[in-house]
Design a protein around this ligand. Structure first.
Ligand code: HEM
Length: 107
């Protein structure tokens, strides 16, 4: 069953552009992770001010394996070991997870 893991990122008021720029320069190492299906960064327009990092996986086990992998560490290298003077692009994060029970796709 397709598994969806969403990282809910709380960004400072003026932090959206920096976060989008970070993701625009992302490593792309996740793209070759076993079981990875897709990734989207969603910019909030209404109803919330949080950004959503939506990832889809062949299974929950594939996602968990990725979060414990060098690929995850590589993909987050700049998000974690940044020099003190460089601001964090997110002030908080939490994870939502779902199983896709019914779907219809056009792509
Ligand atoms: C402490 C929590 C986390 C923070 C603050 C965070 C932040 C970021 C940032 C800023 C980037 C952009 C690249 C960079 O600057 O390094 C990134 C990459 C990414 N994040 Fe996270 N992240 C976190 C955890 C997660 C989790 C749990 C997921 C999965 C739902 C996730 C999914 C991704 C994906 C798919 C990329 C692109 C990686 C690549 O291109 O290889 N992140 N993250």
């Amino acid at each position: 069953m397709t598994y969806v893991a969403i990282n809910v990122l709380t960004v400072p008021d003026d932090g959206g552009a920096l976060l989008e720029e970070r993701f625009a320069r992302r490593k792309g190492s996740v793209d070759t992770a076993p079981g990875f299906l897709s990734f989207e960064l969603l910019r909030p327009l209404s109803g919330t001010t949080d950004y959503l990092v939506v990832t889809r996986w062949r299974s929950q086990a594939d996602f968990t394996a990725w979060t414990e992998s060098q690929s995850f560490r590589d993909g987050h290298a700049t998000a974690t070991d940044r020099p003190a003077e460089r601001p964090s692009s997110a002030t908080g994060s939490s994870i939502w997870s779902f199983d896709v029970v019914v779907e219809s796709r056009n792509d």
